[in-house]
Ligand binder design. Sequence first.
Ligand code: GLN
Length: 480
Amino acid sequence: MTAPAWTIPSVRAALEAKKVSSRELTSEFFACIERRNPELNAFLALSPDRAFAQADRIDAIIARGEQLPPLAGVPVAVKDVISTCGVRTTCGSRILENYVPPYDATAVGRLESAGAIVLGKTNCDEFAMGSSNENSAYGPVRNPVALDRVPGGSSGGSAAAVAAGLAVAALGTDTGGSIRQPGAFCGIPAMMGTYGRVSRYGLIAFASSLDRIGPFATTVRDVASILAVIAGRDSSDSTSVPVPVPDYAADLDRPVRGLRIGIPREYFGEGMDLIVRQKVEAGIRLLESLGCVPVELRMPHTDFAIATYYIVATAEASSNLARFDGVRYGLRVPGATLLDMYKKTRGRGFGSEVKRRIMLGTYALSSGYYDAYYLKAQKVRTLIARDFAEAFQQVDVIITPTSPSPAFRLGDKTDDPLQMYLADIYTVTGSLAGVPGISVPCGKTPDGLPVGLQVFGPHFGESLVLQLAYAFEQARGSSV
Ligand code: GLN
């Protein structure tokens, strides 16, 4: 794999110096995609018309000598659960095989208004349900770092595209880890902001109280720049919060000396690969050498996070996915009666993991079981959020591994859903608590597989999370 050459500042510098036009750069990216995508399967659809029209707009701005917008000419990829007007959006599912949204998600619109070039849509686990990208109806994505390995999931296509240099940045979604874990597996920084930070308008819902849109890029600075563009209140999403958005990239250089970094004991227990532990512990020592002060923490409800997440997320999914009935969107398989049509459409349209989730969620919500499962899970969710709130009274940020293992082999966990669910053990906590989190590269195993270090911050503490991740990235260089 060759290191991706372009970043947001280098695209800007090249355009301003007229070393390349936006149209030429866009063509270069499409040529790379054509070469590498057959092997990686990272893109499901390309949007050349839209991309070149935007590139021409950027080139016209340059020709007129006007000020370029912040993401001018930056080629980006968008996960296929995020709506793009006129560009097929499948959610990795057969049921939406031919669905073309009539509008853009707010995050996509904001990227384009800032000058970014949308190259196309990236592969993902069906309806973002999975941790390996193997639940896509359109075949798995391969990890560009090691082709026999998964890229992580569910935003595996976005992570693989950026890691392979097929896009400078990408949007993914994170419900229980789907941005951070593929970022860790593919060796790039990847971030979810606080719940409510980025509008979900146009995101096809999996679990609405958990879903978040966020960026992948090859540097923390680029992650900060993308987040700053997509964040902020949107009147089309009532859960987006009117908290002002700082200039994240401008704040990156703030010193981290004296920051208290919480190390929760529960994240370093059984079930974690030794090499991951070693890398993350070395990462913590590096942060100490920068003057950060480690504080050992207890977050006692961590053990219940997987069970809680898989009740809350499946309950919400069972409700959200009821809309795919063969009447309103996508696939319709004719049947003798209305009920027969529903059954055939949903039976053929959904893959097995999605069906499993709908059944789990429907069960957890059904009368007689609601109190025992759903209601209890909501209460435990509050306890998990309280663990975070209490931790942030003692520390500025929390440091954990992103995933208990590096990228596993394709097919390794497909027969065992529980093993697959356990891969989310360190990410679902922050999802349930609504706090921001980033995964930042933290070295490689002797086999060359990337390991990710996760940084959580308090609600709306994105600046702090990014500063810490940036200081870590700068200190680590490419050596650790
Ligand atoms: N792996 C988790 C799941 O399958 C998380 C998915 C996500 O964040 N979209 O639900």
